[in-house]
Design a protein around this ligand. Structure first.
Ligand SMILES: [Zn+2]
Length: 283
């Protein structure tokens, strides 16, 4: 598997001189499976640049296909949807997994942001490509382009967000964005989803101090990410979904602090990286 980050920011895009190294686009991660098939995790504003790159290949000729796995439908996970160029090329086909109360609800949410008040295209049906919505049922594994995917619903403020586990050709990727764990930290289900992953991409929105001031946001601290990585025994941890107000320098500090936390817990073997736009990790 090859994992490329196209957007690593939480809540709202944060372009500007203070965020050029890690990037200001919101959540979007492209996963190239061993057989070459494409899976995309979340559709924040990072999806726009991913789409531009894909248009130079089969997606530009209407011969592309890909699967999206949406954690939930907050803006920073769907705002790239109307700006993903391959959706506008007839012949391309996509399956979008998300929601928890039926594909109809998922379609309604995505259609909602296409309405004329928000966007000139007005409906997904004007986009050109074939787009199918499928509802995720937690704990029921499903096949995606040759890989096996499992979902687990983590608490996320007043709602929840799906974490995903992708198993492909003997490798495991776990993606847990927007995880607002309770006082006891990651639940047994959250840990099980990430168990033994070659790479865990985990919500690390805040420092522990900032999270304590913003509990209602339903997001993780760096400490939560480290806790999940250690208990699940992952090989590599990628910090992700940084607060929109954190500068590159603050994210550097977050990564360095994560290294110290892992070492303090004796988890010296777990590698830690700060996800950044354009970074590719091979599993
Ligand atoms: Zn988010």
């Amino acid at each position: 598997m090859e994992v490329t980050f196209w957007g690593v920011r939480g809540s709202i895009p944060s372009p500007g001189p203070a965020t050029v190294r890690y990037g200001g686009n919101t959540s979007c991660v492209a996963v190239r499976l061993g057989n070459g098939e494409l899976v995309v995790l979340d559709c924040g504003t990072g999806a726009r640049n991913l789409g531009l790159q894909l248009l130079s290949g089969p997606f530009g000729q209407g011969q592309g296909r890909a699967t999206f796995l949406l954690s939930h439908a907050h803006w920073d996970h769907i705002q790239g949807f109307p700006f993903f160029g391959p959706f506008y090329v007839t012949g391309n086909s996509f399956v979008i997994h998300g929601g928890d109360r039926g594909s109809h609800l998922l379609e309604t949410v995505l259609e909602g942001q296409m309405a004329a008040q928000y966007f000139p295209v007005q409906t997904i049906k004007n986009m050109g490509a074939q787009i199918e919505m499928r509802a995720v049922v937690p704990a029921e594994p499903f096949a995606v382009n040759g890989a096996t995917v499992r979902a687990h619903a983590n608490p996320h403020g007043p709602t929840h967000a799906f974490a995903y586990r992708i198993e492909d050709a003997g490798r495991v990727l776990a993606y847990a964005s927007d995880a607002g764990y309770g006082q006891d930290g990651p639940s047994a289900g959250a840990i099980a989803l990430c168990q033994g992953a070659d790479l865990l991409i985990h919500d690390s929105t805040f420092t522990p101090e900032d999270r304590a001031l913003r509990i209602a946001r339903g997001l993780s601290s760096l400490e939560d990410a480290v806790e999940c990585a250690v208990r699940a025994g992952v090989k590599r941890l990628a910090l992700f979904h940084y607060d929109q107000d954190y500068s590159d320098h603050q994210v550097d500090q977050l990564v360095a602090r994560g290294r110290r936390l892992l070492d303090d817990r004796g988890a010296t073997g777990i590698e830690i990286v700060g996800a950044a736009e354009g970074l590719t990790l091979t599993l």
